[in-house]
Ligand binder design. Structure first.
Ligand SMILES: Cc1cc2nc3c(=O)[nH]c(=O)nc-3n(C[C@H](O)[C@H](O)[C@H](O)COP(=O)(O)O)c2cc1C
Ligand SMILES: CCCCC(=O)C(=O)O
Length: 361
């Protein structure tokens, strides 16, 4: 882990209400998936290339019509006002200042138009994508999509790894269920069928199918990224359905505790997709070399969840900036050490399994 991240996490742990710390930090079940996400990166190593004449690095990557200044994006995480009074506004400013994509969540404690407003006040062309869980009622989905479109979001991130909510033992132990008074999931306010002026609950439904995704895509011209895919067949189906990108993820180990680490699933997905749409990854990315391994194995970019929350809790907007700049600096350094000039210079033949005998292909 990058030392700055360790420091910020420590500070966040000291600062946050322990119940909220556990909500942010925790995973499902025995937290095997949570630990496995980082462990899987540690089991992989890089074969640097040499004498490549790789001067003047450029870390930027194209993504669904936007361009990120580096291949490290902000993953959608819920309830930022639990971490800092400004909440998602601070996160949005920091992401915009870093020139990277913010995936803002349906479970944001600041309404999405205020989030995009904060980002665009820092950088006029700041890219903000809207993450949503498909809701069983079509009119609710439409209302959410319109809300994201009106706010100027440039893509939708549809999370599909949550047919039911994961069992988070820390939250069960702590009795953490609801946001404290004064905080709410503001994107869920004033939706069809909800209490006037109040918020609806976010529903998770195992009944959702590709039909629901088709209905969503028929309702919007925004590109759609599917978040939470681990199986190559699902990746194939998604591409056949016309999805614009995939985010390989196990929800930071918060849903299926037996889920494979995203970095383990990535090669199968990349092979299934065959370059037809960009593949992104999140889960356990904690250093520039983690970024490099994911990119070498075929990811266009990665996203980070908890490190951003720790930055936010430790030092608000400045803390998130520190996190993003630490990733930029560390990835730039690793790319240089690997003989790369641009992210796409990293190739799959540069990744080996630690402890395995063999030669580079
Ligand atoms: C506190 C917390 C809240 C999250 N909330 C959401 C959410 O509302 N929607 C979603 O799609 N993913 C959510 N995630 C998952 C993240 O988008 C991402 O997949 C995960 O955090 C990546 O792993 P990392 O934390 O190891 O970087 C959440 C993760 C955390 C830690
Ligand atoms: C209903 C809020 C969902 C938050 C979430 O996805 C998580 O805590 O992992």
């Amino acid at each position: 882990m990058i030392p700055v991240l360790e420091r910020l996490e420590r500070r966040a742990r000291e600062t946050l209400d322990p119940v909220h710390y556990d909500y942010f930090a925790g995973g499902a079940g025995r937290e095997v998936a949570l630990a496995g996400n980082e462990a899987a990166f540690r089991s992989l190593a890089l074969l640097p290339r040499v004498l490549r004449g790789a001067e003047s690095r450029d870390l930027s990557v194209p993504l669904l019509g936007d361009r990120a200044s580096m291949p490290v994006l902000v993953a959608p995480t819920a309830f930022h006002r639990l971490a800092c009074p400004e909440g998602e506004l601070a996160t949005a400013r920091a992401a915009a200042a870093a020139g990277t994509v913010l995936m803002t969540g349906m479970a944001s404690t600041v309404e999405v138009s205020a989030v995009t407003g904060a980002a665009r006040a820092v950088r006029a062309d700041a890219a903000v994508w809207f993450q949503l869980y498909l809701q069983p009622e079509p009119e609710v989905v439409t209302a959410l999509v319109r809300r994201a479109e009106r706010a100027g979001c440039t893509a939708l991130v549809v999370t599909v790894d949550s047919p039911v909510f994961g069992r988070r033992r820390r939250d069960e132990r702590n009795g953490f269920r609801d946001l404290p008074p004064g905080l709410a999931a503001e994107n869920m306010r004033d939706l069809p069928g909800g209490p006037p002026g109040g918020t609806r609950d976010i529903a998770m439904s195992p009944a959702l199918s590709w039909d629901d995704l088709r209905r969503l895509r028929a309702r919007t011209r925004l590109p759609v990224l599917l978040k939470g895919v681990l199986h190559p067949e699902d990746a194939r189906s998604a591409v056949a359905e016309g999805v614009d990108g995939l985010l390989v993820s196990n929800h930071g180990g918060r849903q299926l505790d037996a889920a494979a680490a995203p970095i383990e699933a990535l090669p199968g997905i990349v092979a299934a997709v065959g370059g037809r749409v960009p593949v992104l990854l999140d889960g356990g990315v904690r250093s520039g070399s983690d970024v490099a391994v994911a990119l070498a194995l075929g990811a266009r970019a990665v996203a980070v969840g908890r490190p951003v929350v720790w930055g936010l809790a430790a030092d608000g907007e400045a803390g998130v900036r520190s996190v993003l700049e630490a990733f930029r600096e560390d990835f730039d350094h690793v790319l240089a050490l690997c003989g790369g000039r641009v992210p796409a210079d990293l190739a799959a033949d540069q990744v080996v399994r630690r402890g395995a005998w063999g030669v580079a292909r």
